[in-house]
Design a protein around this ligand. Structure first.
Ligand SMILES: C[S@@+](CC[C@H](N)C(=O)[O-])C[C@H]1O[C@@H](n2cnc3c(N)ncnc32)[C@H](O)[C@@H]1O
Length: 253
């Protein structure tokens, strides 16, 4: 069915997908798809807590593996949603910057962080069509850039380059990015989709693993390693990239 729709040309332009994504995340959603602790997916059991602990564990593993930081002084999470990661990481940070396209999710994230610790939470609201506006609001360099369960939702693979360049601009030299993508295995089913955003937002953007590695390098990062999670409790085909912003600038990008 999907294949047939793509074949007959029911494809969206980049601008249309960006607009649909903006509408999807900013309509009243009560946390739907945004990993709020109160939603049915997380209301029972420990999954919400486990998600945050898993990503904190990955940051710690990166620090050990790289035999350096990460210094958690100033952390930015792109697409912070309902705060599953923020509540685990903010207590260790001096400031936690949450970026999101949904004002409701930023408010929920702020509530969850305040209930957990005294670390200041800086909400940064962006429009899907203008992610670069975050740079003016973040003000100052960060030590860690975290982005999980978001790249699959961005309007198209080229948009990922914009986010990686923002991550690079945001980080201090030596800073660390942990970025999760959904990977394309080469089979038709796992390619990026350009149909209606609302139909299946979580399958909109995928990358072959080597393509994303090269993209990160083009954006000025030193990719260090990738952790693959072929399936987790939420979905499948996740790859976590550990990227470092070099202390000395890389060659032309
Ligand atoms: C699936 S939730 C993930 C939340 C959180 N990262 C986590 O791991 O629990 C996706 C979040 O990304 C936000 N989002 C979607 N598109 C975005 C974009 N282009 N830029 C920033 N945030 C975006 C949504 O509003 C939502 O809060």
């Amino acid at each position: 069915m999907l294949r047939a729709l793509q074949t007959v040309g029911v494809r969206r332009s980049d601008a249309a997908l960006e607009e649909e994504a903006q509408r999807y995340w900013t309509e009243s959603h009560q946390g739907r798809g945004s990993h709020w602790r109160s939603t049915s997916r997380f209301a029972e059991g420990e999954l919400w807590t486990q998600i945050g602990l898993r990503h904190l564990g990955m940051l710690r593993r990166a620090a050990r593996t790289l035999d350096a930081g990460p210094d958690l002084e100033r952390v930015v999470e792109w697409g912070c949603g309902g705060g599953a990661n923020a509540v685990q990481i903010a207590p260790l940070a001096r400031e936690f910057v949450g970026v999101d396209v949904s004002v409701d999710s930023l408010e929920e994230c702020a509530r969850q962080v305040a209930a957990r610790c005294d670390t200041p939470f800086r909400p940064v609201l962006v429009d899907v069509r203008d992610p670069e506006s975050a740079l003016r609001q973040i003000e100052g360099r960060c030590d860690v850039f975290l982005c999980v369960y978001v790249f699959e939702l961005i309007p198209n693979p080229a948009y990922g380059e914009r986010l990686l360049r923002i991550a690079h601009d945001t980080l201090a030299p030596g800073g660390l990015a942990l970025v999760q993508i959904k990977y394309d295995t080469g089979s038709w089913r796992t390619r990026p989709r350009r149909l209606s955003y609302r139909f299946s937002p979580g399958n909109t953007t995928t990358y072959p693993i080597h393509t994303f590695w090269e993209l990160a390098a083009r954006c000025g990062f030193e990719p260090r390693y990738v952790e693959l999670v072929p399936r987790d409790e939420l979905d499948e085909r996740y790859a976590y990239f550990v990227l470092v912003k070099p202390v000395a600038p890389a060659g032309p990008s």
